[in-house]
Design a protein around this ligand. Sequence first.
Ligand SMILES: [Zn+2]
Length: 356
Amino acid sequence: MRIRLFARRRPSSALPRPRRAVLAGALLAASTAAVTALPAVAAPPAQCWTPESYALQPGERTPRRATAADRVSQPPPAVAGPAVTGPLSGVIRRVELPKGVKLVALTFDLCETGGQVAGYDGPIFDTLRKEGVPATFFAGGKWLETHPQRAQQIAADPLFEIGNHSWDHANLHAADDSRMSQEILTAQAAIGAAKTASVAACPAAAPVSKLSLFRFPYGSCSAASLAAANANGEVVIQWDVVSGDPADIGAKAIADNVMRQVRPGSIIVMHANGNGKHTREGLPLVIARLRAAGYGFATVSDLIAAGKPVAASSCYIDHPGDTARYDKAADAKAAKAKAAAPATHASADVAAPAAQ
Ligand SMILES: [Zn+2]
């Protein structure tokens, strides 16, 4: 099991500070054979994108209603990977790490529903890059298609990994196997397309192959939809730390929430699509306070590689991140659709408020 040590150079014209060896503290603390530093990884070269192209564009941060001009077509489904079985199956909420290793994974959802174009909360990405902090983004396939340059920049950045957050953020609690395959594999195709496009735009920054990660919209799943996700080759990820960033609680409360729940191996959920009200102000505080407490940062794939995943057999029904209200809404809608048209697949979409 190995962890990548990030010690990369970023041209000063593109970003303010070089990245640092973010895992160094954790690795020094863990003189165990389970953790090994890999050679430094090169940053995407400056000529791939200009500093201006990384900068936030007017109106880009805030989600908005989609217009006809925003329409994107759902790509043909990707081929499913090998079924996930054994310790990686089920719903992974945290990772048990070797004694002395203090790593956490910051995760950000990039949810986008059918009727909207979600935001790109640029300051979050700027902070992560400036601080050299790895992160995992769970992106809707549709989000990737409506944000093509951002998708390429994220895919090309060795600090980041992209997980699957379904095509358009449907509640999949009541989805059958065929619906699950469609949602997962069309989003997987969009992830593949973003990676291919990023290599074309930035050949020196070819994405590293990692685990195929999936996060259920709203954190809502059933035993059947969970099994279908694993059968389609997806490692299902939830969290054990809820930042609470969709609520208007302010930066300090976000950091307080994280620090109250965090422990080594934690997976922390936040949003980078504009659904987080104060995530961009809270993130620097979260990073500073975690560092002060001796934590280093890893992507979810690297966190899993550093230890033993702790998986549940069902999505959350009780806190943290209770999914019961979403589950019930999806079940009710599916039952109604089935009664109205028993020969067709029920749509399990719910117009839920901002959530995971
Ligand atoms: Zn989401």
